[in-house]
Design a protein around this ligand. Sequence first.
Ligand SMILES: [Zn+2]
Length: 236
Amino acid sequence: MTLCTDWDYGFSRRPEQWSKDKTRQSPIDIDTANLQEGEDRRLTFDYREADVKLLLKSPKLELKPMTEGAWGAISVDGKNWTLDSVHAHAPGEHSVNGDLYPGEVHFVHKPQGDESKEPPLLVVGAFLAYQEDSLVLPFEKYLKNGAGYKYKSGELELHPGHPFDPYQILPKKPSAYYAYKGSLTTPPCDERVEFLLLKNPVLVTPDSLRGFDEWFPGGTNRPIQPRFQRPVFLHK
Ligand SMILES: [Zn+2]
């Protein structure tokens, strides 16, 4: 059965056991020969730079703005979604034609003005690909320079005293994306997530994800889940 509260990526509480008998789980494989053409659905980014805090609750590391909503929002079909948090997986979670990228960043958005406890979520996924002399991911810098920190209900909260600009880890042309309806990829694996996976990867230096390998040996990606009959749309 689903293990919801006590979990990790290791052997004893492995991801295969997190959820069974559900039909719209994530991640999935994106089979580019089996896509549906998406209707015109413009994705617009209106992100802003603002101070970051890190929430470290093994096995998860999450970036959040110090002030809720300070990182701005995206708009899809004229509806606004506030950027709530950012985290990364290494290797990537969604595969494209069977291949995983070295990493995948998830930008988690909530409907603007929705105060409900379990709102629908819109997750923009950016694949990370390696290229020499490209972007160095800021995650390690934040951890190394963790100035002030405090424990809060089992979470380590770090205040590195740095701003974070979400645009930094978006691909150059973020307009084309794959869209499908899925779930959280960590327990409780709730099926209230729509994924917009940006087609073009973000290029990062090959040592950008080394810290992840050290903190989380064995990876932080959930295995690929069955797609069943779910359509996957390509929006250009
Ligand atoms: Zn994620």
